[in-house]
Design a binder for this molecule. Structure first.
Ligand SMILES: O=C(O)[C@@H](O)C(=O)CO
Ligand SMILES: [Mg+2]
Length: 279
């Protein structure tokens, strides 16, 4: 079975963030991921990882803004990354620099840079081509900065129902960007939940894309409610087996993030009680 990481932004919602590391370790997870660490000192998080013998496998660069308070405000204001936003290049670079400092402190090998939500425009062709060119040049710069630290930069296609206007929505679009940028440490974060909503045919896409070496990470959740993978229309056992088989054949050695909202919500032990789906 692929290695499963607990997503601490979504799992254990009944606990304060720092206590979620202890809970994940108690539940047998060896890896964790989350969206943003910036409200906490890197040393505080590193201590939780060390104390629980957990690996940090992924987190996100800031969604926008220029400092820790600004990052929180940006998310609350609806910013979902700046990588494809013309005019936000300075915030993008500041965010990547913050992320790489945390990645070093947490010994985390992957940072996800969200593409961002495009402003509505009457001239959509010009908007898309300006966004594409900013996106590629920002990602090229980020990948260069991250290479020196041994970190992969990830991009994630996200479904337009949850994030209307988000720039990156499909696997083929993401792989085309990675090919165009041409940096070996720029990879795709293949979230099966978003992919099922946008395009389906998930097993075929795993078989198509994983052997390319361009997939850096997977995430799973049930569709459409984003609860436990066992709830909903995806056959997650079959899909985890497909990942396992293809990974063994091509030597892929990554993680699958459990990025779902527990069906029982924020009740005590709701996440733990819902973990029976794990193989
Ligand atoms: O799928 C998601 O929502 C996350 O992986 C993310 O990074 C943005 O919210
Ligand atoms: Mg995801």
């Amino acid at each position: 079975m692929p290695r499963l990481a607990a997503n601490l932004s979504m799992l254990y919602p009944e606990l304060p963030f720092l206590d979620r590391f202890d809970a994940a370790a108690r539940d047998g997870f060896k890896g964790v991921e989350f969206l943003f660490p910036y409200s906490f000192a890197p040393e505080e998080i590193a201590a939780r990882l060390r104390g629980n013998e957990l690996q940090q496998v992924l987190f996100n660069a800031p969604p926008g803004g220029a400092d820790a308070a600004g990052f929180e405000r940006a998310w609350a204001d609806g910013l979902r990354g700046t990588a494809s936003l013309p005019g936000s290049e300075a915030d993008f670079r500041t965010g990547v620099q913050w992320a790489l400092r945390y990645a070093e402190a947490l010994q985390c090998p992957r940072v996800h840079c969200m593409a961002g939500i495009q402003a509505k425009s009457t001239d959509s062709h010009t908007t898309i081509s300006a966004a594409s060119s900013v996106y590629e040049s920002n990602l090229r710069w980020a990948a260069q900065q991250a290479a020196a630290a041994g970190v992969d930069i990830l991009i994630e296609p996200i479904n337009t129902r949850d994030m209307p206007g988000f720039f990156l929505n499909r696997q083929d679009q993401a792989h085309a960007v990675v090919r165009a940028v041409g940096a070996p440490n720029l990879k795709v974060q293949f979230d099966l939940y978003h992919a099922q909503i946008m395009e389906g045919d998930i097993a075929t896409k795993i078989r198509e894309y994983l052997p390319t070496g361009r997939v850096g990470h997977f995430q799973i959740a049930g569709v459409p409610e984003r609860h436990e993978p066992s709830v909903g229309e995806l056959n997650y056992r079959y899909l985890l087996n497909v990942i396992d088989d293809v990974a063994a054949a091509c030597g892929w050695d990554g993680w699958v993030g459990c990025e779902y909202r527990p069906q029982r919500g924020a009740v005590p032990n709701g996440t733990t009680d819902g973990l029976g789906w794990r193989p």
